[in-house]
Each structure stands twice: as C-alpha cells, then as structure tokens.
Design a protein around this ligand. Structure first.
Ligand SMILES: [Zn+2]
Length: 323
C-alpha cells in the first residue's frame, strides 16, 4: 500500500527503477512520513514475479513469501526490539555471509533502516559492501535523519525524498485512521510530529494531545499565578515523549507565544486550539523572557541531538527552573 501523499514519489521512483537499477536507494524524510513503508513496497515490487506500476501483485510465489517473511532473498535489517541501534556485528554477519548467488536466481533485496541507527563502525561495515557492488543485490535504505549519515554512504545511493506534498491528503488520512480526531486536532498533531502523518498517529496513541493540554495548563499556572509545576506530571510528560519529543512540543509552544507577540494570527499557530491559554501566558511574560526560554530550549535540543545518556527529566526541570 502506498500512502496517498507518497503516490507521486513512488511513481517517479518506479519509472527510474524501470530504466536503471542503482545499487542502493535511500528514502529520506521526516520521522513517520512513510519512508519505511515505501521501502517495503519497493522491496516487494522488486521481488514480485508480475510487478505492475502500482507495485507487487500480491498473488505470486515471490509476493507470498515476502508477505510470510520467508523469502530467502528479501532481507530486512532493523534494530532489534528494545534497541535503537543496528549493531556492527549484525551488519557484518548478514552482509559478509551473503552468498554470491540468490535463491531464485533473481535479485536480493536488503531493506535497512533507520540508517541513523547505524553507528560509525556499522556504517563503515556497510560502506565496505557498497564499495564492492554486486549485480544481484539492491539495498533499499531509509532514514529520518539524512543529515546524520556518512557522506560516503549517501554518495553511493540514489536519494529519494519522501515528503507530504499534499497536506490535505495527509490530514484526511489521519482523520480516517483516528475518527475521534477533529480536523483542528489532526492539524495540530501533524505540526507536532514535524509533518510526518504516521508520527502524528503515534503522538495521538501516546496521548500527546492530553499531555500537551496538561503541560500548557501547568505552564500557565506557573507563569500567571506563580504556583509550582507538579513534578509527577513533568516526569510523566517526559517519560511518554522520550527521545526529545517533549522538547519539540515545548519549543513549538514557545514559538507560538513569540508568534502571538509579533501579531501573527492564531490560524497560523501550531497550538491554535489552545489560543485562550496561550494568550494568558503572553500577558504574563515579556517577549525577552520568551526569547531567552526559546534559545535555551533550542540549545537543549542541540545537546540532546549529539549526546546520549542525558537525563531528560532533569533537563526539563532545569529549563523550567530558568523561566
Ligand atoms: Zn507478485
């Protein structure tokens, strides 16, 4: 299945693959835009006995094996459950042992991602394979952090950008997946998720809207009536939005407050559904304080992006303490 906002991306990729088979394609885009699913779609199409411009037929032997996870020439390499990394040993053991010939005398397809899960050692191990291309193997790689990949890997791939080119299609999909959502909430979730519809769905499942509302209420209490934040809610907030997602919400709230100061209409805010709460915060805060808070939050995001093992709850608390 192709997500509606990626239909034209697939059409172009299909045409180019019909003309020329690169050694590797790299599907990149924001988290949850559907690059992983598109990678699987491409992989299935490549191994289908009766492929069409829409994709795999779903009926042939190749398709049946891919669907059952038993196709000997269809390899999926992802982080193991509970882990965020693809280990160098995994890359070495899978790729070094790859036989020259394939089981069905066709192509071997290796779908791998997210590429940012490879550390330098694992990336170098992959690079070694990419430097010795074989006609029988095609890599379909996917990433949500293109800027963090080794240039030497990027240069060996045909890059395909995955993006939501038609926001209304993404919103319609989101509302059809989560019928409880109003159109406004769907838009807020999509903004929070940086434009990735599948990530927006995850935000909803992780009670992102409810927690955001609670966070905003407490922030307003803190700024307007100087009451202190409930530390348990803070911890819960960080725990359910790990990996810095809580920080993205915080930054988006601050950006909205700054927008309000600059007279940007609420229709252009991320949290347009929280206009009354945000207006109250605006009244209690000077624009300089907002900008200082924003620059501290952006610095925290930078630190989170380049370091590991940071206690996110403590980071959040320190940001709040400096307000
Ligand atoms: Zn098929």
């Amino acid at each position: 299945m192709i997500f509606p906002w990626l239909a034209s991306t697939w059409r172009q990729l299909h045409q180019s693959l019909e003309t020329r088979r690169p050694q590797a394609v790299l599907l990149s885009g924001v988290n949850g835009v559907g690059q992983r699913e598109l990678a699987a779609h491409v992989g299935g199409w490549l191994l289908c006995d009766h492929p069409s411009p829409q994709g795999a037929c779903g009926q042939c032997v190749g398709c049946t094996w891919v669907a059952a996870g038993t196709h000997p020439d269809y390899w999926v390499i992802e982080p193991e459950e509970g882990s965020r990394t693809i280990k160098v040993d995994t890359i070495r053991s899978r790729l070094a042992d790859a036989p020259q010939t394939t089981h069905r005398s066709g192509l071997r397809v290796i779908v791998m991602g997210p590429m940012e899960a490879l550390n330098v050692a694992a990336s170098n191990a992959l690079l070694k394979t990419l430097e010795e291309p074989t006609e029988s193997t095609l890599f379909v790689l996917w990433t949500a952090a293109f800027a963090r990949l080794l240039p030497t890997i990027i240069s060996r791939c045909q890059r395909v950008r995955c993006a939501v080119t038609d926001e209304s299609a993404a919103l319609a999909w989101l509302v059809s997946e989560v019928p409880q959502l109003s159109a406004l909430e769907a838009r807020v979730l999509l903004c929070l998720a940086d434009g990735g519809p599948l990530a927006a769905q995850e935000w909803y499942a992780a009670k992102g809207l409810a927690l955001r509302g609670e966070c905003m209420r407490q922030l307003r209490d803190l700024l307007v009536s100087r009451s202190w934040l409930d530390s348990q809610v803070c911890e819960e907030w960080v725990a359910s939005h790990k990996g810095g997602r809580w920080l993205l919400v915080w930054i988006s709230v601050l950006v909205d407050i700054e927008r309000a100061y600059c007279g940007v209409p609420a229709a252009y805010w991320t949290h347009r559904d929280c206009e009354p709460q945000l207006r109250q915060i605006v009244g209690a805060w000077s624009v300089d304080r907002v900008r200082q808070a924003l620059s501290r939050a952006l610095e925290a995001r930078r630190v989170l992006g380049v370091s590991s093992g940071i206690n996110e709850s403590l980071l959040w608390e320190s940001l709040l303490n400096q307000l």
